[in-house]
Design a protein around this ligand. Structure first.
Ligand SMILES: *Cc1c(COP(=O)(O)O)cnc(C)c1O
Length: 412
């Protein structure tokens, strides 16, 4: 494929997608694929869902964009829906356009919190602790927050104020907290890093540590949120009683339309009764395209559909089905089936099959699936990730799993 004018930052598969329909994609040769990638966990309702198409085209005919200089009623409607039905804790929303941007936003809130709740000597706290194998995005802020050196190669010096510890290791985390720490940021299930769920004990421990040390609990729900993990938010699938202070969202919130947001709790943060969400006042943050009428109207249709059709519960059920089905195959190349809801990772057993020179196991198996008509997605070197639409029909799920089974059987 010749891409003379597009920067070669992606290793692209040799197919060109022409059209999508539910959980199927069609390439320019007319070949049909079962889509268990769903635009990397973004197309939560599959492709071209009628309610989303209708909302998007109607809003396009009315007003696409007007800027945040004016009131945008779709923002208030969507924010109320997200606060009530998805987060479920009183708070306020800032709209942006992507996951990295949402994470930069919560890092800014944490920095400001560190100024308002400084060290004993009055100097600001600013350090955010994140985890090895995490993924938070590609901007300078979210890249520095990401605990994977491969993402950071030759982009140093990185933004200061991050420290990484092993995921699910509460003792290491406690040891890492110091008087400059202002927040702890994590994914409920590490997505890109290999589909590694937080343990309930760990998440509970992190929340308790945050309370004890006056730190913000910052949860990156970009991949886990909006029903993906079988709960409205990933942390609720792991440990529902935990109450975060900051939550970043993107991916599934827009059903494929570029949309992101972050949520800030209304909880009182000092003796004067200051709400955390009040510290980001006029002029503190902004985004030209954040929360356009067209993005909000589209997202409103997506989130309403997730709520109305109870797709969260469906994701929990189908996710269990994937797990038990893949495990029942008893294949030597499958070491584990990890994850929650419809964020599933198949851990491939090292050395159980031959991988071509220069390729990684997950990328290799992914390419074989693609040839066989199934689109999935690697997560780290050894994990094949299955992230179908939340409304994937049972028979399409079966069809995709049958392709996967034949590919994995042939490996063995
Ligand atoms: C994809 C992802 C991001 C980055 O989102 P973009 O929209 O690509 O900027 C951040 N955090 C997590 C957990 C993600 O999965």
């Amino acid at each position: 494929m010749i891409q003379e004018h597009v920067l070669p930052t992606y290793g692209r598969a040799p197919i060109t997608v022409a059209k999508g329909e539910g959980s199927y994609l069609f390439d320019t040769e007319g070949r049909r694929y079962v889509d268990f990638c769903a635009g990397i966990a973004t197309c939560s309702l599959g492709h071209c869902h009628p309610a989303v198409v209708e909302a998007l085209s109607h809003q396009a005919s009315q007003l696409m964009h007007c800027s945040n200089l004016y009131n945008i009623p779709q923002q208030e409607e969507l924010a109320a829906l997200i606060c009530d039905k998805m987060i479920g804790i009183p708070g306020r929303i800032f709209f942006c356009n992507s996951g990295a941007e949402a994470n930069d936003g919560i890092i800014k809130v944490a920095r400001r919190f560190g100024h308002r709740r400084p060290k004993a000597d009055g100097s600001p706290r600013y350090e955010v602790i994140t985890f090895n194998k995490s993924f938070h995005g590609r901007t300078l802020g979210s890249m520095a927050a990401t605990g994977q050196t491969k993402i950071q190669v030759e982009f140093d010096p990185l933004l200061v104020g991050f420290k990484y510890v092993d995921f699910n290791d509460l003792e290491a985390l406690k040891a890492a907290v110091s008087d400059i720490t202002c927040g702890i940021m994590l994914e409920a299930v590490q997505g890109e890093g290999g589909v590694n769920p937080a343990t309930p004990e760990f998440l509970r421990g992190v929340a308790a540590l945050c309370k004890e040390k006056d730190l913000l609990l910052m949860i990156d729900e970009v991949q886990c949120g909006f029903g993906r993990t079988g709960a409205t938010m990933g942390w609720k699938a792991v440990c529902p009683e935990v109450e975060p202070d900051l939550v970043s969202c993107a991916k599934g919130i827009g059903g494929g339309f570029p949309m992101g947001c972050f949520w800030v709790s209304n909880r009182v943060m000092d003796d004067a009764g200051t709400e955390l969400s009040s510290i980001m006042g006029p002029g503190s943050h902004g985004s030209t395209f954040g929360g356009t009428p067209i993005a909000c109207a589209t997202s409103l249709a997506v989130v309403s559909e997730i709520v109305k059709e109870n797709l969260t519960e469906r994701a929990a059920r189908l996710g269990e089905y994937i797990k038990t089905t893949v495990e029942s195959w008893n294949l030597p190349c499958v070491e584990t089936v990890r994850g929650l809801g419809l964020l599933r990772g198949i851990g491939l057993r090292k050395g159980s099959f031959t991988v071509p020179e220069g390729s990684m196991p997950a990328a290799y198996v992914n390419s074989l699936c693609m040839k066989a008509g199934l689109l999935a997605c690697p997560a780290g070197p050894d994990t094949l990730r299955l992230i179908p639409a939340l409304n994937v029909p049972q028979e399409v799920l079966e069809e995709g799993l049958a392709i996967l089974k034949s590919v994995l059987q042939e490996l063995a």
